[in-house]
Design a protein around this ligand. Sequence first.
Ligand code: AMP
Ligand code: MG
Length: 425
Amino acid sequence: MAQLSDDCFAHGGALMTVPEALEMLRSRTEALVATEACRLPDALGRVLAEDIIAPASVPPHPNSAVDGYAVSYGDLSEDSETRLKIGGRLPAGDRPAEHYEAGTALRIFTGAILPPGFDTVFMQEDCSLEQDDTIVVLPKGLKKGSNARAAGEDILKGETLLKKGHRLRGVDLGFLSSAGYGQFRVYTPLKIALFSTGNELHDPVTRTDDASLPEGAIFDSNRYTLLGFLKSRGITVTDLGILPDDGAAMKTALADAAREHDLVMTSGGVSVGEEDHVKDAIGALGSIHAWRLAIKPGRPIAFGQIGSTPFIGMPGNPVAVVVTFLGVVWPFLCHLSHQTYIEPMGQQLKAGFKHKKKKDRREWVRASCHLNSDGTVELVKYPRDGAGVLSSVCLSDGLIELPENALGIESGDLVTFYSFRELGL
Ligand code: AMP
Ligand code: MG
């Protein structure tokens, strides 16, 4: 269902800003997913394909919030305790009687319906019983409506509970269940084929012994970062391993992957070196447009298509992968999968350091929150900030975002900080 024109990723300019890139991607592509029915127990992490409208109010009836005695407030004396005959007993789940004697109290339990006329509930701990438990003594001073839950106080019939595009969390399943939904329509998950590229890469998982790496080799990290990012966001991923820097082998593997997936994603090999074979391979199979984004870290990223299957070529540097995924690729994947992208809000915090930056590019600085002895929070920059220093992501709390027009940070400046938790790391 890819709706891509041949030149949909084409971009003639030099450096592109993140908003420009996103605008271009979103305006030139359409979603790749279909819809299907989904049962509530299977819906965790799925994306709603319909607005969910409450078919009835929750709770459906007024009911008691405590175990105790329900009364009509008008039967209480204002300035002394009140003695009322107990006129009935009502556990949760029971239907109330047609009629209760006027001026009586009702022995009631949490969750039981408050019958018409009963509007206030005393907690049993505050009451005492007399005359063989036929009379309840109620203290003075309770407000009208105490411990009574109104019908519809949680959900009103006809209200929109969750919107199309919302990815369902655990609590949403309970919420939909409370409204009586056992099944609804969701979008099919995007099916992504994932490769790393590079002759230098080794996989620690498939290593047969614990011999040290050959000279020049490193372990592949991008594939596992991306696997984690994608899977935790409800995307179906096929891990297709590491591709060597070899045009012919790449072409075959990428063409095969494109036939069976909604999208193909690689990392590495999209820069300008002659060992960057991904671009040529995709160019031969369809079309490719390598973009240089005005961001740091990040920069090279490629979009294209293999036949009609979209292709995303992530950068090779591990931190650039993290940043471009969070800033560009994830919003784009949301668009392709009909999922509502939730713009992170960030927070304004004080920087405790000085930092220089080039104008006209957006920069993300890895930083952690330091709690000062006076209770204020200050951001501390991670000491090593190369695009290959993945420890800087795992061992910091988040990213400071410096906008295109900023020239740096002075110690004490308020800056926008996005915690990795908010970014869904
Ligand atoms: P490239 O864009 O292929 O030239 O890669 C840029 C840098 O990222 C090089 O230092 C690569 O070794 C490194 N790199 C590429 N892919 C990966 C990967 N999957 N895991 C870790 N590092 C990588
Ligand atoms: Mg490479």
